[in-house]
Design a protein. Structure first.
Length: 335
């Protein structure tokens, strides 16, 4: 089983052909996700803010370019926190907030674990080893289907806690506290056949969403979710899932965890000023500029950038007849 905090892109390419290509895909633009950060500019043009992340830029001799925040240089951590509002959230806080959501859903406390305050004021959790039980009129399948979203997810610590965000220590599967970790625990406790497990796991991934601005963090989040799938399956069945199953989960992740400016609902920096010219007379042109109306008026529905698409997996796409209806993220909002 993979027990490293940093998931190596070289390993993905070697063990799981074509999967990295899927994890780098932006399903809205049908291109690769963007770097959307200046932290890698000194590595060359391929690493510029508006450049796409290519497999070649993060594999081979470049295999250690992207790494989790806990392993980044302290100066770089501070820079990203200052310039891009990158927030460091300790794992115990992620656990506490996920517990609040589950306390409401289950109508009781300490379903997955109990929070414990230590003498120094820090917190840990003690895993509840008993099989999860469900309230009346709710089943384990309802919990797996329950939709959850992590906004501005960074490396997605609320979704999967493969490592402690404070110490960088790897967290065993049975001790994890993320949204997806909990869904997969419930599946592990209620399903014993590979086929049924895979179907339930696909549902768990289809009901778990997140978005992030910066491309490196987005890729780390996607990788963490994929390896959470592999690690849980391996723990349950004593072997890794087939490549086709891994690819399909990667495909779901590429839709459900996407790159977006969370304020505007568009691909980062895709809004623009449009310039038009009109010849008046004697080769004299009148040039007009039209800035993005949404940016000017702070109206999320008036941007001229590329609005991000997600999939509602509970509905079929009319064009293809397949599971997963494409919809703009902003159309899911109530305002």
């Amino acid at each position: 089983m993979h027990i490293q905090v940093d998931i190596l892109e070289n390993e993905i390419i070697e063990k799981y052909p074509d999967v990295l290509d899927v994890l780098l895909r932006d399903q809205t633009t049908q291109r690769n996700i963007l770097w959307a950060t200046n932290n890698y500019n000194d590595l060359g043009q391929s690493y510029n803010y508006k450049s796409e992340i290519s497999p070649a830029s993060i594999t081979g001799h470049n295999g250690n370019v992207i790494m989790p925040r806990v392993q980044k240089d302290k100066i770089l951590q501070q820079s990203r926190a200052r310039n891009m509002a990158e927030v460091f959230t300790p794992s115990w806080i992620c656990n506490a907030q996920n517990n609040l959501i589950d306390n409401s859903w289950f109508e009781k406390q300490n379903v997955f674990n109990k929070e414990i305050e230590l003498d120094d004021g820090s917190w840990v959790w003690d895993v509840n080893p008993r099989k999860v039980t469900f309230p009346k009129n709710k089943t384990w399948k309802d919990y797996v289907r329950n939709k959850r979203l992590e906004m501005a997810c960074g490396e997605a610590p609320y979704i999967t806690s493969r490592y402690d965000t404070t110490t960088g220590a790897f967290i065993p599967v049975n001790e994890r506290i993320g949204i997806l970790d909990r869904k997969l625990r419930v599946i592990n406790e209620n399903v014993n056949t590979s086929g049924e497990w895979l179907k339930a796991a696909q549902t768990a991934f289809m009901s778990t969403y997140a978005y992030e601005w910066q491309g490196d963090s987005l890729l780390l989040a996607r990788e963490a979710m994929l390896f959470t799938f592999i690690e849980n399956y391996t723990l349950k069945f004593g072997k890794e899932p087939l490549l086709k199953s891994i690819k399909y989960i990667a495909y779901i992740i590429s839709w459900n965890v996407w790159q977006m400016d969370g304020i505007k609902g568009v691909i980062p920096d895709s809004c623009k000023t449009i310039h038009t010219s009109n010849e008046l007379f004697f080769d004299i042109e009148e040039v007009k500029s039209f800035p993005c109306s949404g940016c000017e008026k702070d109206n999320i529905r008036k941007h001229n950038g590329i609005y991000c698409l997600v999939k509602d997996w509970s509905k079929k796409d009319k064009a293809t007849g397949r599971k997963g209806k494409k919809i703009r993220f902003i159309d899911l909002l109530n305002n």
